[in-house]
Ligand binder design. Sequence first.
Ligand code: SAM
Length: 266
Amino acid sequence: MVDTPAGTEPRMDQEATAEAPYGFRSVPLVAKQAMVDSVFDRVAERYDIMNDLMSGGMHRVWKDAFVTAVNPPKTGRIRWNTLDVAGGTGDIATQIVRRSRDHVHATVLDINGEMLSVGKRRAEKAGLARDIDFVRGNAECLPLPDRSFEAYTIAFGIRNVPRRALALKEAYRVLKPGCRFLCLEFSTVDVPGLDRIYDFFSFHLIPRIGHLVAGDAEPYRYLVESIRTFPNAERFAAEIREAGFQQVKYTLLSGGIAAIHSGVRI
Ligand code: SAM
């Protein structure tokens, strides 16, 4: 694992007084990353099982649809370098590599060493250690060269990044021209009836499941609240355009519970 925490330190000038949403609370922007890191330190070992329990297995269906949208090469001489930012335990990179054996090399980048350690162990067990690199770094300041990837993916990660606009600019910078940014993230449910069931599940059941299975409800409360403060698909698409991407589009999944966003670097 390459340990490159460069850029993880907060910028102390005009940002010193700025605020950022942390779940339903507002916290100093410069403090948010450390709070997010502590959430993932606490959930890392149980992250994969909790993902299944919290989404009723749906995260697998959404990730499958996401990797289909990424559409990595499967035949011919084309070889991709893909970057999965906030890649955690490596789910997306593993699926991309499995679908494209010998045509893709994946880099998983995450700010959290615990999540990366779980991911690295999983990749070794799956015999994918040579196909996937694990790099510690910040989405806001990628320790990676310009124009070096054929695809940039980020799944359920962008809403945790304090300075989203910087992360989107960094995505643009490291992509090769003509290549795509793809993001899988929770979105806004607007199906009458489904919204009430979803609220009950999110605010009552998920923290309880967290308490029972992981012995800790608090991180799961943050995860649920952070979903509700994330912009809806239209507003997030505007942020992606703002970072310079073109052909920006999105597809809602499961009545808007999640969405796949994409944009092309020209
Ligand atoms: N992508 C994985 C998945 O879909 O299973 C993990 C998603 S997990 C909900 C969010 C991840 O974002 C955590 O592993 C966390 O450490 C990472 N993260 C949070 N802030 C980050 C940042 N500024 N830069 C890189 N990763 C970050």
